[in-house]
Design a protein around this ligand. Structure first.
Ligand SMILES: [Zn+2]
Length: 426
């Protein structure tokens, strides 16, 4: 049976404008895209008037917590959270227990991932160093052959520049990107939020912007020296962003990530010690929000990521200094970008498709999934007229540590189509 998605506003990375049209799906393929398609027999017609139809999202920075932290999340619940947010593929970070630092763990994790509904689109980043301790290199060659697509010690930086340099040389040899969490630990110390007027007012130890910025400068120079593809994770300061831009202009192979939370929130939101605003790198200043948003519009960021980081209420309900860093994001990212930026005309759908669907796939050497005849049917239908309240019941993630909990945002992911199959309809 064919399905006809009737009169949708179709988004593409190539245009800031939406195209009104019909999309016909059979099996796992799009078999027609045209202003109108009629006279199709044996066909279910789905009214998409007023809806956006766009390639499904892909997130290269996700903490699925399996193995070892299944009280927070497992790969299955993480996949369901992804689908709930219009995301049909992601790359898992290596800070599990045991750490994903050798071929055996990569294989085990990928086997477990295959049981998820989007199992063939779940990928694994291997650790850079054994146990993410920053001392000895992980089994990079073995992880590559077992299917790891990237290397990262995300959660913290590789402190020793010689260790990172060697890792970069290996990564270049194996044609894998290195993803860097940039932070100079001696500068961040025991900081739990951005160092600035709010941390002074709240009496909390701060993490200064220069901690991240010096980390970025160092890693960019090492990337230049080794020739590796370096991806800078979750950039949060205007200065760090400018450093990356200058490196790109000089031809260094560096890319970078931006998260919705670092565009929307800043240190002021921590006023009542709400741990749902505690993350690393921390929320910075309103000036950084504005600069990062301009950077995203101007093409300085390659990819949008969530850094989806589930934690249990038990952990997050501690005092601000003791609670773990990180918030969930897979289910809220797209609606929050729509609510705060797209619906106000600040960002357009073409940019969202490019940065949150096409470029992340390309960075992992995967094919993007544009809405075109002959292409894979992997898209979502988004209704800008409905709104969504992010209650605990709505969330498919095992964890609810997000500033959006119980908030209502404009826009709703109504349908998620994965390789021709409708995984979500509401
Ligand atoms: Zn992370």
């Amino acid at each position: 049976m064919k399905r006809l998605y009737h009169q949708a506003q179709i988004a593409s990375e190539d245009s800031s404008q939406l195209q009104l049209g019909d999309v016909l799906v059979e099996g796992d393929r799009i078999i027609g895209v045209a202003p109108t398609i009629s006279g199709v027999s044996d066909c279910e017609v789905i009214d998409c008037q007023g809806r956006i139809l766009m390639p499904a999202m892909f997130d290269i920075h996700v903490h699925a917590r399996e193995p070892g932290h299944e009280d927070k999340e497992n790969i299955g619940s993480c996949a369901e959270a992804a689908i709930n947010g219009g995301v049909t593929g992601f790359v898992m970070m290596a800070n599990t227990s045991p750490t994903i630092d050798n071929a055996g763990v990569v294989r085990t994790v990928l086997e477990s991932a295959r049981r998820a509904r989007i199992g063939s689109s779940i990928y694994v980043a291997g650790a850079i160093t054994k146990g993410r301790k920053g001392e000895e290199l992980a089994g990079i060659a073995g992880m590559k052959s077992a299917g790891a697509v990237m290397l990262s010690d995300n959660g913290h930086a590789v402190d020793n520049p010689q260790v990172l340099r060697r890792a970069m040389e290996y990564a270049k040899h194996f044609d894998m990107p290195i993803a860097s969490h940039c932070e100079i630990k001696d500068l961040s110390g025991k900081g739990c939020m951005h160092e600035g007027k709010v941390s002074y007012a709240l009496g909390l130890p701060g993490m200064p912007s220069i901690s991240e910025e010096i980390g970025i400068s160092r890693d960019v120079r090492l990337a230049e020296y080794t020739g590796v593809h370096l991806n800078i994770q979750h950039v949060t300061t205007a200065e760090g962003m400018s450093t990356i831009k200058r490196a790109k202009d000089r031809g260094i192979r560096v890319t970078c990530e931006i998260t919705p939370q670092h565009l929307i929130f800043n240190q002021e939101h921590i006023g009542n010690y709400d741990t749902n605003y505690k993350m690393n790198p921390p929320l910075r200043t309103a000036e950084d929000n504005a600069a990062l948003l301009n950077g995203l519009k101007d093409g300085w960021f390659d990819v949008i990521v969530t850094d989806h980081s589930p934690h249990t209420p038990f952990e997050k309900n501690q005092d601000f200094a003791s609670a773990p860093f990180g918030i969930t994001g897979l289910e809220t990212a797209l609606p929050s970008l729509f609510h705060h930026f797209v619906s106000k005309g600040i960002l357009d759908w073409g940019l969202i498709v490019k940065r949150y669907s096409a470029e992340p796939r390309r960075m992992m050497k995967l094919a993007p999934v544009p809405v075109k005849e002959g292409g894979l049917a992997e898209f979502i239908v988004f209704n800008p007229e409905r709104s969504m309240t992010f209650t605990q019941d709505f969330m498919k993630s095992k964890s609810i540590n997000t500033p959006f909990i119980d908030q209502t945002l404009k826009g709703m992911v109504e349908r998620v189509i994965y390789r021709g199959e409708e995984l979500l309809v509401r």
